[in-house]
Design a binder for this molecule. Sequence first.
Ligand code: TMP
Length: 202
Amino acid sequence: MNPRGRIISVEGIDAVGKSTQSLLLETWFRDQGRRVTSLSFPDYDTPIGKEIKAFLGGGRDFGPEVRHMLFAANRWEKASLIRRSRLENEAIIVNRYTESNLVYGLANGLRLGWLAGLERGIPRSDLVVVLDAPSRGVASRRPGPKDSYEKDLELQARVQTLYRELAPKFGWVVIDGSKSVGRVHDSVVQTVKDNLDLGAKS
Ligand code: TMP
């Protein structure tokens, strides 16, 4: 029997390297012969995800409460799939999860308790890895059009500070994301080994 799979969220400001590191971690798990699956939020393909895409692209003008309720609702759309994945896989890597909404919601002036309430009942992360790098340094890393949150450099700076402030309170592990891709990956793997008891390979 497969014990409950472990949920690992990869967090941090925009363009800090979450997608790259999530992919590398997935490959690492596979190379270990372990069953792993990957998810990413926002999931822009769902009905709620399309609304999120619309407001991030400037096509809808919602206030912060509605925006952050939609981010949470987007996870609720996937909650049963996440529960199923936990039974089928040893690890579930999530590129942005509930923690993003706490941090970005707070940075947008919402209350932590209210934001946490929106996420209550969604499977919780077993390990949260925060990739940390100065927001100004990473803003130029990703070419192409930026969404409304990415364009807002003050928001990005607030978000970076909030990740650092909330990490000790919630037990999130902060990793220096300004190093080379390979060195960051090594730190992520070490963090997984140090913090998760994955048990014997099944
Ligand atoms: P993305 O660039 O990773 O696709 O995410 C788009 C923006 O949405 C990003 O600036 C962070 C924000 N966000 C939240 O505010 N709350 C959430 O729950 C998620 C998943 C993302």
